[in-house]
Each structure stands twice: as C-alpha cells, then as structure tokens.
Design a protein around this ligand. Structure first.
Ligand code: NAD
Length: 1602
C-alpha cells in the first residue's frame, strides 16, 4: 500500500527528512519500521486526535509487526499513550507523566517515540525524547496546521512553567517529520486559521509570489480542508484534487522557507529571528490573552502592529500594510485588538501599552534593554536580515489607541505632498472595472476599509477577479462583464460601516441573475450596528418601484437587505436624491446593465452633491458609456433627468485614480492654521471632486493665499491667529470638507456660518452634533442650524488646552481635529485608528511628510479605583426651585452634620441691608442676578467649610453663577439639587409670598431650569413626601415625616463622609448579606420592608426589573426612566436605612437591561451616585470609559465590580477567572464574580479560589458564588454580601438564591454556626419580655440559639458556671445584678464604665482567648426612643426624674444627643447631686421642685421618668409623687416624654402629657426595652434585629398580660 503513496520531500539540515502528502499512515508506519529499527515504538497523542487516528496507527503497526519474524530477538512492541489536549499538558507535570509511562514500560534507549498531534504534543514529546535516557529518537507527525508549518520544523522543543511559556526545553531534531495534510480535515476551522497566521507570516517575510497566491486564493485554500477526501483521495498524485494540490503547495512553500532558514541558522543566532515577525508584540498579547486567544491569532495582530511600526518608521508602505491586513482577515484572523473576539473578553481590559512593553522586555531576541523587532520593508522582504532595534517610544506610539500632535511650525514647510487616492473615485472605478469587459490596471487606488469591503463583495458575487502588481501599487481587475451570482450559502456581504460600498452594492446586487446552481435564493447585504442605522430607504424604494424584490431584514429603511436575483428591469426609475447623491451614482453605474435602457428621474426636491453625480457620469464616459442629462426645451436649463443607454463598460487598460480632495483639505488647513505653505500635487482646478474647491472657496476667503493650476493646489496661510471668519458659506458642493472648515472657524476672528450640510447628520456619525460637542471641549461656542452650524471663533490662545477629542469612529472628525491639535497644546485624539477609512497612514504622514510630531497616548491605563476619600468639611450647597424645601432640608442637614446653616436670601438681606424683593423692585432682575452671583462667590470663599448653604432658586439663571457651582463640584465640593414634584411646588408657592414672583408660569421656569440644576449639581435629594403604589398610599405619612428626617441625616452624612452608611460586616471574619428586591414597583415592598430586610446588611434594587405602570413592556427588556428610578429609591429611603445596592443587570449577565444600551446604563449608574446610594454594582463588561468615569466621581459610594457567567463555561480554576478578578479588583471596591455550577465540585473550586484570593495582602471584599441549584452551597459558604431572597418576595433574583434564614440554618448544619445559649440574669424576672424579644428574633433569622431566664438573687455559682460554659452566647443583666456582675467580667465598654452598670454581657475572642465584655445598652434604648422623634442637637433642655441606674443611662443618652441642659429631680436630692458630680462634662442642674425652671430659660422638650409608675399620681395622694402640668410647658416644637415604667399601659405621666399638650409625643417603657434589646441582639450576633416583627410580637405579649 505504501508503494502507491506519493510524497514530496523537503530537506532540512542537509537531510530529506520532511515527507509531505495525503493519507500517509501506512507510509509512516512502513518508513518508521524500516528506517528506524527499535525494540519499542511509542505513539503519544492527545485525546482529541486519538479519537480520529489512533486506531488506524494501531492497526497498521499490529499488521506490520505481526508480519516481522521475531528471530532471536523479541518482536518490537507498539505502545500508545494519550494525554489530555491543551497547553496545560505542556508542563513539568505533563513531562513527568510521560517519563513515568516510559519507565514503567521498561523502555530503553533504542525506543522511538512518535509525536502525533499539534504543537503541544510535538513540543512536549520532543523534550521528553531529548532528555529520556539522555536522548532517544523521535518523529513528528503534526496534526494541526500550526504544527505542520511551524512547531514541528526546526527541532525546538519545550514545556511551560508558571513563569512563562517555552522557558525550559532543548533543540532536539526529529528523525522524520511526516506531514499528512489529510489530517487537517478534522482540524477545527479556527485551528486552521491559527496555522494560517504562520503561513502568511512566512510568505510576508520571504516570498512575494507565495503571498500573492495566499492573498488571492483564500477561499480555495479553505475549501481544501472543508471537503473530505474519500477513498484516500490524494494519496497518489493521480488522485489528488486541485484544491489538495494547492493546500499541499501552500504547506510545503511555508515549510521550505522555515527549513531553509533553520538550516542556515539552526540555533537562532540571527537569520532565524526573521520567523519571529509579528511575534515580539504577538507574544506579549498572547501572554495576556492565552489560552482564550490562540497563538496564531495573537501573532496576526502582532504582525499588523509590527508592520505599522515599520510604516511609521518610513520603511514600509501603507499598500503593504493594507495587503497584509486584508490577507489575514481573509483567513478569519483578527487584525486588531479592537476585534470583537478580543475586545469583548474580560482579559482584554488587562492589555495596556505599559503591560505589553513590560512583557516584551523578556524576549530572547532583545539586546539588553533594547527591544528587537523584525521590520518588514515590503511584502516578501525584511528591512534587515535579522530583527532590528526599535526604541520603546516608537513601539509605544504604535500600540497606543490615541495620539497627540505636538503644536509647532511644520518642519517640512513648505510642504509638498500627494494624498491617498480618492475614496469616491476608487469605489466608482472598482465597480466600473468589475462590471466592464477586459482587464484594467487601477493605479493609486485607495487601500482602505471601503475599497477592501467593495472588492471582497465583488469577489463574493463572482463579479470580477482581482490581482496585485508592483508590490500592490497596482490593482489588476479582470472585468466580469456584469455577470454576477448569488454568494454561496451562509455568506452575507458584510460591509462594516462602509457607506459608499453599501449604496453602490445595493444596485449592483439587483443585477445578479438567477442560476440553476444557486444554493440560496437571495443576496444579503449587511453591516455593523451603525451601518444598520444609516439610511438606504430612498434607493430601495426606487429599485422596488422598478420591479426589484428587496426586503428589509431588520428595520425599515436600513441594512440588512435581502435582494432577489431577478436582474434590473430598467425603463424609468424615479429616485429621491435629496439625502445622498450616492443613490444616484449607484443607479447610474449599474443602469447600462438593466434589461431596458434607463431614464433616471430625480425627485423629492433639491438634489444633493451634484458634483459627485457629475463625477460618476464623467467616469462612466471614460469606461465607454455616455449618459445624457436632459435640458429644458427653450431655456436650456439642466433638468434632473438622465438617460443611460444599454451597454457594457469597456475597460481602459489603465486608469489612474485622482488623489482624494477631501483628504487634501487637512494638510492645506494645517498650512492655513499654522501660517505655513502646502502644495498638494494631483489635485487642481480640473478635478472631478467637489472638495477640490475648498482651497479657493473657503481658505482664500479666510485670508489664505491660494494658487491653483489644473493639477495642483497651493495654500499659504496668514500668520497664526489671523484667519478671518466667513460670514456664511454654503458647502453643499463639498460637504465632507465642512469639518475642516469648522475647526478653522473655531480660531478665526468672528462668527462663521456653514450651511448646506444637513446630510452630514447621517454620515459615519451625526457630524454636526459631533463637531459641536467636541468644540465645547475647547471652550468654543457654536449654534446648531437646520442645515449646518455657526461657529463663534476665539483667539488661538483662548482655546482650552488638553481637550480629549472623541472621534466617533469617524475618520473626518479625527483628521479635522488633528488640524486644531496642530495649534492647541495637549489635544488628544482618541481612537487614532478610525482614519483607516480614507488615510490609514495619516498620523505617519503628519509626522513624516508635514513635519509635526505625533505622540502615542494611552487613555486606557489601568483604571485604578480610587480608595474611598477622606471625609470632607467643604461646605455643601443646595440648589433647586423655590418652594422645593431647600431651607427645611438644609436646616435638617446642618443639624445632622453639626454644621451651620446659611440661607443665601437672608444672608443677602444682611449683606445688602435690603430685602431681596425690594432689591429687585428697585434695581431690576439683572442687577439682582449680578449681586447674587457676587454673593455666591463670597460665600464659597468665606464659608467654604462646615456650612450648608441654601441658594435662591434663580441662581442657575446666569452662566457666571453656573460656572461657580460647576467649579465647586469639580474641585471636590458638593452641590445638592433639592428636587420636588412641580405640582407640590406650585401648591406650596400658592401659600407663600415673601420672595419675588416669577412673572411667568412656574412650570415654564421649572422647564428652563431643570437642565441647569442637573448640570450644576453633584447630587440630588428628592423631596416629596408621599409614596403611592397602585394609587394607594403605602406608608403612614407620620412615618414618612420621621423617615424624611432620618433620610436627610443619612444622605448628608454619607455623601460628605461625615458618617458613611456602609455595612460594618464587610470586614474579614464576618458575614454579610443583601436582599435582592425584585419588584417592578418597590412601593409594593414598603409595607413589608421590615420583614423582608430581616438579617441582611443591604438591600439591592434591581433597577433593570423596575417598571412603572406606563412602562410595562411585554418583551421584558426595558429601560426604566430616570425619574421613576429616582422616585423609587427615594420612597424606599424614607422607610428604611440599610445601605442600598444599585444594580443595572444586563441581559447577557442574567438581568433585563438591554446589553446595547450602554449610555442609558451609564446614566442610571450616575444617577445612583447623585442619589447618594451606598453601593453601585458596575458590570465589568461595560466600556472602560464608563467604569473610569464612575470611579472618578463615586465619592463615598462603593463600587461592586461584577462579572456573571450564565453559560457555565467559566471555571474557577481557569486563567480567565483570575484575570476577571484582577480586572474587577482594579476597578472597584468590592469584587463580585458569579459563575454557574454544574456540580458540587464547582462550589469547592469557588471556595478555593476565594480563599486564595482573600489571602492576598490588601485583598478587596470578594463575593464569589455559583448560580443554579448545584451552586447553593457556594451561597452558604460565601462570606461577603451573599445575595439572599425572602419567601415574601414574588420572585428570586437568580436561580439557586436562598433566604437569609435558610443560609443561617445551613451554616449551623455544616458546623459553622454552633448553637449558643443566652440568658437573663436578675430577680424578679418571671414577667420579663426579653425572652420573647430575643427568641422571636432568633427564630426569624434561623439562628439555632435560645434565650432563657436565670433567676438568682445574688451572683452565685449558677451564674459563674453559666458564663464560663463554652456554649454561653451572652446575657442580659437586670436588677439587682447590674453592678455586682462587673467583678466577673474581663473588660467594660466606655458606656458601661461611664454608667457604672452593665446590662449586657458579650463573650468575645480577643487574641485567641475568650473575654467577657460588659456593656450597657439601656442608654441606647433611651437614646433610640428619643432620636426617632427629635433630631440630634435639637434638645434645648431635658428633665430626668429619678437618680438610680436608669437615670444614669438617661443622662448618658441625653448628653450624647446634645441636650444643652439636663435637669435632674430626685426625692433624695443628695443622690441627684451624686449623679451631677459623676457626670462632670454634662451640663446637669439639680432642681428642687418639679415643673419649675430657672427664670428666662426655655422649658425642657424632653422628659424622662425612671421611677415606678405606682409611686406617682396626678392627684394629691399620700406617698405619691404628683406631676404638675408645667412639666409640659414647652409648646414651640417637637417634644417627647418617656416613661420607663412598664406598667400600667398608660402611666399617670403619659396620661398627663396627652391631656395637656398636643405637641408632646409619648413613649412607654416597653419601647425602650425593645430598643435596648435590639442593640443587645446586634452586639451578640452582628445582625440587625428584625425590629418590625419582633416588636409586634413583644407588644402582643405585653398587651395579653396587661
Ligand atoms: N517548537 C516550536 O518551534 C513551536 C512553534 C510554534 C508554536 N509552538 C507551540 O505549539 C503549541 C501550539 O500548537 P497547536 O496550535 O497545534 O496547539 P495544540 O497542540 O493544542 O492543538 C490545537 C487543538 O487542535 C486539536 N487538534 C490538533 N490536530 C487536530 C486534528 N487533526 N484534528 C482534530 N483536532 C486536532 C488539538 O487536540 C488541540 O485541541 C504551543 O504550545 C506553542 O508554544 C512551538
């Protein structure tokens, strides 16, 4: 059988050891057995390959070996061993496994190993062979294309270590390399492309003609591996197909080059470095992206970047870069890091210029610190016969995404240059030559995305054949005479964002004729997302009307289109030509091939861009078809009707494409703006292009000297700063040049009005908007017009430096702003690569031909999340509509912060000695606004610290005041917009008249100011009072009022950092949880919010699930409005204070927010920061810019950087998981990673990953969980912010989510939460409510603990044993042990010390041993009961009745609340005096008579009684204390009386308060008991007590006993 095999042999190192052919297995076995006699043959392969080929080898060996006589020796053995596929096998461990296999099988030195596999098997097995028994023979049988053309040839063998790839290895030459190309038929296509990268590389450095063939024949080469060869076809030359011949020649061609180079330089001393082209940068990329992105894919990008480097150095032409790019793309290889396959990877965020340069330091080619890179000089040749030294600065420039131009005088002044071929002419010429008959050589063709897309599409339609000549300077088009076919199945014409191609090809596709062999019925044209928004409607309408069958596959009026192959009918075609002249050109170009001659009538008003139509007609004439434009009889006036005869284009042998006139505007404009001179060759007055008029019609009018011959244009600019504005210029005939004119107008003296360019709104981007938005960054004002814009010029030195220009992926925006950058320092042009469309080497030409230095800038440097800022004492400014509650909120805020409140109106009156109203009356509004602004300036400098400043509603009316506010924000200050529903404002203002009236409807004022308030503020406080769900009020207004007070305190304390509202349980060693609220309307959750939030540390608002009634969308995907979200958050805030997590979960991460709505997501996340939300979930898949921006302004909001994988693809032990963690850790305060579990094992992997990562120094809090039922264990084990659900909720936020109580129970079951016993020590305690309180709470939260009574009259053995028992969880202590117990404790808290009494024992572990801590929460109970009714700092005076332990607690609480004076009354005065002396720092006054206060003082607004109610009365009774009415003399505001007695339900004191004073609130002892119990509970368990349900239960029991 082997005899019928034809192999081609390639020699390496003087030996013909590379044998190539098809279906070689019998040949290989035969050759090995005859040429390499051995005792043992060991075949090693991976499991993927074994599946296909191992059996064939086994059978072949068995049959050959069985035939061998065994003579005196044992018959040779055949052994095989299978390793796991993938790079992981290429390790020290993998090597050891193989060695053990060989040793175990007693393999000796005469063993021959066969490495059957890709590069992994080849490298590993080769290295084993090199060292086993000091080296044994081996053969390479590569199965992947990469291994065939690269890794198997040259004798390099190696394994990887965690320090890097291929770091340990040897040169060890195989005896034979058998290349069986039939093995490629099972190779996955992506692996084939991976290998093609190396093939393309080899041709690029060595062999031009080989490259030509690769470039032209990609489809055939792919076909060769995609069509299975049956019956061993190809084994002999006779049976070999054309495709097989081609494939083999490609492989052999590549191998031969490598073999040649290896033979000259076997150990990589110089020449062999050439095969490293693309690898210096490629390897660095691979180091970051491996294993997700394959070696060849990284090298492909590396080749382009290294080619660009060469171009930048003036060594390589753009033509070659373009060809290389197109060729790699043809093999489905990525050519830029922006390729979606890479840009969408989490790891791609780790690619930074700095990191790449750092990795490149470790490269065997380098000379010390100098990096060496293989520089291409043309396709098929390198600059040197080795790698060349390249400075880091140049590499950095190539790698960076953005550039900056160093302003100055162009060093090549006077500049003389040509610009790239015109895009319009290139595209037209391509269509004409492709449709024509004969061969046409196109010269100066633009090598750009547009032309490339056009060529690829024409190729796909089999409309023409293309070839390159002169190293790619000339494109040879073999015309197809208008014969076109439907592309093959599965192929769509993908046009990216190439507008011209889309327009032209739409009509071209209608020319396609049906053929019986067509597999598909229609031609589909599609493009990228932006392309799918650009209009094509008028053209499609016209073609449809003419009988073509065209369908829109997505949105009407846009691509993608499906076009039936019916040919173009012809006759009269009516076309609306007011949007794009390209529609007209499209029809004109194809019209000769219609079935009948065409009369094209342009309708629908003014025809746009006539010069482009004229250009098409002129070019058609050159290709032999004459179009006639009709004229009006009599007048001779030109009509918009064209007659096109039937016919076929005759290709001229050569057609030279004019340079691009739009591109020429940039160098000319640089001459204009820098006061220098520039000549553009190849464009003059005879040009076909409208933009050729730019010099005469724009630059000359702006003050430049312009000379134009038929073929050349020269511009000499006036001295810098002397360009003149053009009052009005209609640029309709040169629309593309308007961007250039706009940037010049920005520095011209006066206002320039540019019109006639409305169509520029539907180009690559909305260009008018883009120019306006970007000019703002330079401080240049503009006005948008219906069909253009006005630019108000400014002197050059007044433009802002350092603007970072977003280019909208639009080449013209980038190039136009580079003109401005040539005079404005530090301007950054983002997305430098967008110039590829028309002038790919613009930045190189700017430096190398014009002489302005261009530097690389990296925008995406690792966005390190700033750590939480320090608390700021910078004053807070409040703005908002009059009547929005600024004063009310401001006073509360000042109280909460303990800062000073200033009302600017009052301040104004004091400062100006005149009321605001009067001032306006006397001086008018403008004068008032001026004075107000001045006052604001003064306030911000004089009261810059520790003030809350409320400003007048109209402050935002003047730009100067707005600037002051914006500056305040940008310098780290806080400006809060107090927002209130406008109806409420109007109602409120109706009642109020002390301030000047508006003189216009309030709603108008509101409309005007709203955007200003937003623009000037950093935060927003929503101040409406009601919360409605389904039209019903859901929260008691009294609760809301209290809620507002609490919320003001929380909001201002948090945003200033004075007291942040973050969870304490995020520290190591503690557990924290959050509840996901999954309601469409959170109001529905409010009544049960207490129950829902039991146990958790935070509440997550799933913003993506919010839906207002009006916004309900059956599709599920939806974007809630900002207003609705803000209302929801503020309503929630009024009833509950745990920190919120604000989450906008996208569809691809398991939520409902549309993935593509990136801007909307960013604005919602920004809204959350404005609303003072504590935690912000930011998906790490969001654009880098958004993540950076949020980090930059987050203040005290913490960012949770999250990743969610639903596919189950991601594994915790993968490199990717590590990279994802690193990305999130860099960009956030808390890391969240959620994968999907398929087995229990995944939970252990998750746990191992998080334990390892948490052990890192300064590790961030880390949420690591698995979704799905199989992942529940991970939710239990996770310690940080475990998401939990609640049975009361309508739905769970994610599959596998369990409730807090379930988690607690589970933790107990797995032994992580032992059951503890808690006690009450005291006597008598039989009726205590404490057991009810604590046991209810334990039960609700799922804790296994119990709370019981331990009644003893003294501190006895019982108590001692109890507190020393290991299951002792803690105790409450009451009368009579509060003081005596202290002797048993190790330590007291400051509060317990201050009161000299303990009511709570907390066992704690300190330094490894258990200590008992005595605390006192009685005072917290009292404090809590008062603070919910009266704000801190609002207690003028308080009265405490009694002088026992509880009175001490009351005094402690009152001083903490800032009571200005505390009166104490006690029957025995001396005990009251004792209290006074032991609380020296509080202002205590002992009084003799209850109800009488020192003269001239305000009576107390807080009264606390600590004596038993049974000893008091309202009437004169013996031995009873009688309360006088005067206790409640205070009537001016909120006041509270607290009776600490439990019985009766209404004590005499409370009764008296209710009878005498309506402003007095009352609170019973049970409330204090509850409050102190909550505090106790939290201290014992680190969990907030579920107050709502617990208090309900306690009150129930209390009332049932009363
Ligand atoms: N020694 C050198 O000079 C040199 C040069 C380049 C690359 N390398 C090394 O080569 C390795 C990469 O080689 P690779 O790309 O071949 O990777 P590989 O060996 O991992 O093969 C790629 C994948 O394709 C599968 N596969 C291979 N052939 C197949 C076939 N015929 N049918 C079905 N599946 C098939 C493999 O099982 C694997 O999953 C890297 O480790 C790299 O460092 C070495």
């Amino acid at each position: 059988m082997a005899a019928t095999t034809d192999v081609k042999k390639v020699s390496i190192l003087g030996k013909e050891s590379i044998h190539c052919g098809f279906h070689l297995i019998p040949y290989i076995v035969h050759t090995v057995l005859t040429e390499l006699p051995a005792s043992t043959y060991v075949l090693i392969t991976d499991s993927n390959i074994a599946k296909f080929y191992l059996q064939a080898f086994e059978t072949e060996f068995d049959s050959n070996l069985s035939g061998l006589s065994n003579g005196s020796h044992a018959r040779p053995r055949f052994l095989s061993h299978i390793i796991p596929p993938g790079e992981m096998s290429k390790s020290r461990e993998g090597k050891a496994v193989l060695e053990d296999f060989l040793l175990l099988n007693k393999c000796t030195r005469d063993t021959v190993i066969l490495a059957l596999g890709g590069g992994v098997v080849g490298d590993l097995v080769g290295f084993v062979a090199a060292t086993f028994m000091r080296g044994i023979r081996f053969c390479q049988i590569p199965t992947s294309l990469l291994a065939m053309v690269d890794s198997s040839v040259g004798g390099k063998t190696a394994i990887d270590t965690p320090h890097g790839k291929n770091l340990i290895g040897a040169f060890w030459q195989p005896e034979f390399i058998f290349i069986d190309a039939a093995l490629l038929e099972t190779l996955p296509p992506r692996e084939f492309s991976n290998g093609m990268a190396e093939v393309v590389k080899t041709a690029a450095i060595w062999n031009d003609s080989e490259f030509n063939s690769l470039e032209a024949r990609s489809a055939e080469i792919f076909a060769a591996i995609q069509t299975p060869s049956t019956n061993h076809a190809g084994r002999s030359e006779k049976t070999r197909s054309k495709a097989q011949e081609l494939l083999l020649s490609v492989i052999i061609g590549s191998i031969s080059v490598k073999a040649h180079i290896v033979t000259i330089d076997p150990t990589e001393k110089g020449l062999r470095n050439l095969v490293n082209f693309g690898h210096s940068i490629g390897h660095a990329i691979e180091a970051i992206l491996t294993p997700t992105i394959l070696h060849g894919e990284c090298v492909s990008i590396g080749m382009i970047l290294e080619a660009e480097l060469s171009r930048q150095m003036g060594i390589l032409s753009q033509v070659s870069v373009g060809r290389l790019t197109r060729c790699l793309k043809a093999y489905n290889l990525p050519v830029s890091l922006n390729d979606p396959r890479i840009a969408n990877l989490p790891t791609s965020k780790l690619i930074t210029v700095e990191r790449l340069l750092d990795i490149m330091k470790v490269d065997k080619k380098n000379q010390g610190n100098d990096k060496k890179i293989v520089l291409l000089s043309r396709i098929g040749a390198t600059h040197e016969q080795k790698a060349s030294v390249v400075p880091d600065s140049l590499i950095c420039k190539t790698l960076s995404d953005s550039v900056t131009v160093v302003p100055g005088v162009p060093s090549f002044n006077p500049v003389k240059m040509t610009t790239p071929g015109s895009k319009s002419i290139s595209n037209r010429a391509l269509v004409l030559a492709a449709l024509g008959s004969g061969t046409c050589r196109l010269k100066n063709l633009l090598h750009s995305d547009d032309t490339q897309v056009m060529m690829a599409a024409l190729n796909e339609l089999k409309g023409a054949r293309f070839e390159w000549e002169d190293g790619g300077e000339t494109l040879v088009v073999h015309g197809g005479r208008g014969s076109l076919s439907v592309p093959t199945k599965g192929k769509e014409l993908y046009l990216g964002n190439a507008g011209t191609a889309a327009r032209f090809l739409t009509t071209v596709c209608t020319l396609v004729q049906k053929s019986p062999t067509d597999e598909v019925e229609t031609t589909i044209i599609t493009g990228n997302a932006r392309m799918k928004q650009r209009p094509i409607g008028p053209l499609v309408t016209a073609l449809r009307a003419n009988g073509s069958e065209i369908d829109y596959l997505e949105s009407d009026g846009c691509l993608p289109l499906s076009i039936r192959p019916n040919g173009l009918k012809g006759g009269t075609i009516q076309l609306a030509a007011s949007v794009s002249s390209q529609y007209v050109s499209s029809v004109l170009l194809c019209a000769p091939y219609a079935n009948a001659s065409v009369t094209l009538e342009l309708i629908g008003g003014q025809v746009i861009s006539q010069p482009y139509i004229d250009m098409t007609i002129a070019m058609m004439k050159t290709f032999g078809i004459e179009v006639t434009r009709r004229t009006e009889k009599g007048t001779g006036k030109l009509l918009d009707i064209y007659d096109i005869p039937k016919g076929s284009y005759q290709n001229p042998p050569e057609y030279s494409i004019e340079s691009d006139a739009s591109s020429a505007t940039y160098p000319l404009a640089i001459a204009a703006i820098t006061g220098t001179s520039c000549t553009i060759q190849n464009i003059g007055s005879s040009s076909l292009q409208g933009d050729a008029r730019f010099a005469q019609e724009v630059l000359a009018r702006m003050g430049c000297e312009v000379t134009q011959t038929a073929t050349e244009t020269t511009v000499h600019g006036p001295p810098i700063g002397q360009l003149k504005a053009v009052e009005e210029i209609d640029m309709e005939v040169m629309t593309d040049a308007f961007l250039t004119a706009t940037v010049l107008a920005a520095v011209a003296t006066g206002k320039t009005r540019i019109i006639g360019i409305a169509n520029q709104r539907v180009k690559e981007c909305n260009r008018i908007r883009a120019m306006i938005d970007e000019l703002v960054k330079f401080g240049v004002d503009t006005n948008e017009l219906d069909d253009g814009l006005e630019v108000i010029g400014k002197p050059v030195n007044e433009l802002k430096k350092g603007a970072s220009v977003h280019c909208y992926d639009d080449h013209r925006v980038a190039m136009a702003f580079s003109v401005l950058a040539s005079v404005i320092p530090d301007t950054i042009l983002e997305e430098k690569r967008c110039v590829e469309k028309t002038w790919p080497n613009w930045w190189d030409d700017l430096q190398n031909k014009i002489g302005l230095e261009v530097k690389g800038i990296e925008l995406s440097t690792a966005s390190v999340s700033p750590s939480t800022p320090f608390a700021s004492s910078k004053s807070v400014v409040l703005i908002g509509m009059r009547g929005s509650g600024k004063t009310f909120i401001g006073e509360l805020a000042a109280t909460a912060l303990q800062w000073t409140f200033i009302d600017a109106d009052n301040y104004f009156e004091t400062a100006n000695e005149i009321g605001v109203r009067q001032f306006v009356h006397d001086n008018g509004w403008p004068a008032f606004r001026e004075a107000e602004t001045k006052l604001l300036k003064g306030l911000l400098s004089e009261k810059s610290q520790n003030h809350v400043i409320s400003l007048g509603g109209g402050i935002v009316e003047t730009p100067a005041a707005r600037d002051l506010l914006k500056n305040w924000v940008s310098s780290g200050g806080i400006v809060v917009h107090v927002a209130r529903n406008i109806e409420e404002v109007i109602e409120y203002l109706g009642l109020e008249g002390s301030r000047p009236a508006y003189g216009e409807p309030v709603s108008e004022v509101f409309k005007r100011r709203t955007p200003w308030f937003a623009e000037c503020s950093s935060h927003r406080f929503i101040n409406h009072v009601e919360a409605f769900a389904e039209g019903k009020m859901v929260v008691d207004p009294a609760d809301t009022k209290r809620g507002v007070r609490q919320e003001v305190a929380r909001f201002f304390n948090h945003i200033t950092g004075v007291s942040v509202n973050l969870s304490q349980n995020l520290t190591p060693g503690r557990r924290s949880y959050f509840l996901s609220l999954t309601y469409p309307d959170i109001m529905l959750a409010l009544p049960a919010i207490e129950d829902l939030s039991a146990g958790v540390d935070a509440l997550e608002v799933r913003v993506d699930l919010l839906r207002s009634k009006e916004e309900v969308d059956p599709q599920g995907k939806h974007i809630p409005s900002q207003a609705y979200v803000a209302d929801q958050i503020s309503a929630l805030r009024r009833v509950t204070s745990p920190p919120l997590i604000f989450t906008v979960r996208t569809v691809s991460e398991g939520g409902a927010f549309p993935d593509h709505a990136l801007e909307e997501a960013a604005s919602l996340l920004n809204l959350a920061i404005n609303l003072g939300v504590e935690y912000l979930d930011v998906e790490m898949r969001l654009p880098e810019q958004t993540i950076k921006q949020l980090n930059a302004r987050k203040g005290f909001t913490q960012i949770i950087g999250s990743w969610h994988d639903w596919s189950g693809r991601l594994k915790w032990d993968s490199f990717e998981a590590q990279a994802m963690y690193d990305v999130a850790a860099r960009n956030s305060d808390i890391v969240k990673m959620v994968f999907t579990a398929s087995s229990m094992q995944d939970n252990f992997a998750c746990q191992t990953f998080s334990t390892k990562t948490n052990a890192r120094p300064s590790a961030k809090p880390f949420i690591a969980i698995n979704m799905g039922a199989a992942g529940q264990l991970s939710r239990i084990l996770n310690t940080t912010f475990s998401p939990v659900s609640h049975p009361l909720q309508p739905s769970r936020a994610a599959p596998g989510q369990i409730s807090f109580a379930q988690v607690t129970k589970a933790l107990h079951l797995i032994g992580d939460l032992p059951a503890k016993k808690f006690y009450l020590f005291g006597s008598p305690i039989a009726h205590s409510l404490s057991p009810t309180l604590h046991n209810t709470a334990f039960d609700i939260l799922g804790f296994p603990h119990t709370y019981e009574l331990l009644e003893t009259s003294g501190i006895d053995e019982d108590i001692k044993n109890t507190i020393n028992s290991p299951d002792f969880g803690g105790a409450s202590v009451t009368i009579p042990h509060k003081m005596n117990i202290i002797s048993l404790l190790d330590r007291l808290t400051p509060a317990a010390k201050a009161m000299g009494a303990v009511n709570t024992i907390i066992p704690q572990t300190e330094g490894g041993s258990r200590v008992l801590v005595g605390d006192n929460t009685d005072w917290l109970g009292i404090r809590g009961s008062i603070a919910t009714r009266i704000a801190v700092g609002q207690i003028h005076a308080a009265l405490v009745i009694g002088a026992g332990g509880t009175a001490r607690a009351a005094i402690h609480a009152l001083s903490d609340l800032g009571a200005k004076v505390i009166y104490v009354w006690n029957r025995t005065r001396s005990r009251a005096e004792e209290i006074r002396t032991s609380n020296a720092e509080a202002n205590i006054q002992v009084i003799n008579e209850l109800g009488s206060w020192p003269n001239g003082t305000t009576p107390p607004n807080v009264v606390v009684s600590t004596i038993p109610a049974s000893e008091t009365s309202l009437q004169d009774e013996p031995d009873r204390l009688v309360y006088p009415n005067s206790l409640f003399a205070y009537r001016d505001g909120p006041a509270i009386v607290l009776d600490l007695a439990y019985k009766p339900v209404e004590t005499p004191l409370l009764k008296l308060a209710k009878m005498t004073a309506s402003n007095w609130d009352t609170a019973q002892g049970v409330e204090v008991l509850l409050q102190q119990g909550y505090a106790q509970f939290e201290k014992w368990t680190n969990r907030r007590c579920p107050e709502g349900p617990v208090s309900k239960k306690v009150w129930e029991v209390y009332h049932s006993r009363a």
